[in-house]
Design a protein around this ligand. Structure first.
Ligand code: FMN
Length: 199
């Protein structure tokens, strides 16, 4: 397949809505640059929305997780519900998942917005193994739809990006195949939802 063709996904139908969540709240985050690079690569086929409210979500407290949760929690939950699929890009902090990201996910355990939600995870960090493994376990226990082909660990991320361009050829290839896997997961879910009930 030529490079030009490899860059494209022939998607027939309404562009799917993808919610991107950056696990780093740093203004010049490499994970944010990576999200922007991916959104540019797949701008023809997918509608991208960036969730920027992670820092505004209060600390999780089960006592507040009732019929009237804090407004910023409701906003996060709605953003997830409105999306056909979710892309999380995150660094690893102290061998784990950044607290702001994990905190936001904890607010969805009871409300289940991630349940059966097509999802792709990229951990882009200096190393990242432990955080990636931990977040995969969390995402699977809350039943998000994340096949192995929709998860990717990119170590030494800072050597693989230049601004909002993925410069490492192998990383670019891996990212393309991850997004294709996310689209396939969304299409499979759509097909399940529209299939007539078996008699
Ligand atoms: C408090 C802190 C802890 C970190 N711990 C780790 C770590 O355990 N493993 C790792 O791979 N990188 C670690 N890093 C490095 C970041 O993952 C790395 O700088 C990453 O590129 C940051 O992502 P960002 O550019 O999207 O903010 C740490 C950085 C900070 C600020």
């Amino acid at each position: 397949m030529s490079e030009a063709m490899d860059n494209k996904i022939t998607y027939l139908g309404i562009p799917k809505k993808i919610l991107a969540i950056c696990g780093s709240t740093r203004r010049t985050s490499t994970n944010l640059s990576l999200i922007n690079a991916i959104a540019k690569l797949f701008s023809d086929n997918l509608q991208w929305k960036l969730f920027t409210g992670l820092s505004d979500i209060p600390h999780f407290n089960p006592d507040l997780d009732n019929d009237h949760p804090p407004d910023n929690v409701s906003l996060f939950r709605k953003a997830l519900m409105d999306a056909d699929g979710v892309l999380i890009c995150t660094p690893e902090y102290a061998m784990g998942v950044p607290g702001t990201l994990k905190n936001a996910i904890d607010w969805t355990v009871s409300s289940m917005e991630f349940s059966h939600k097509p999802l792709a995870l990229i951990t882009a960090s200096t190393a990242g193994h432990k955080g990636h493994q931990s977040l995969m376990e969390t995402l699977r226990i809350i039943e998000s739809d994340i096949p192995d082909t929709s998860q990717l660990l990119i170590s030494h991320i800072k050597t693989k990006l230049n601004g909002e361009e993925i410069t490492d050829v192998n990383t670019l290839k891996q990212v393309r195949s991850l997004i294709q896997s996310l689209i396939i997961t969304i299409e499979k879910k759509d097909a399940r939802l529209t299939a007539p009930d078996e008699v």
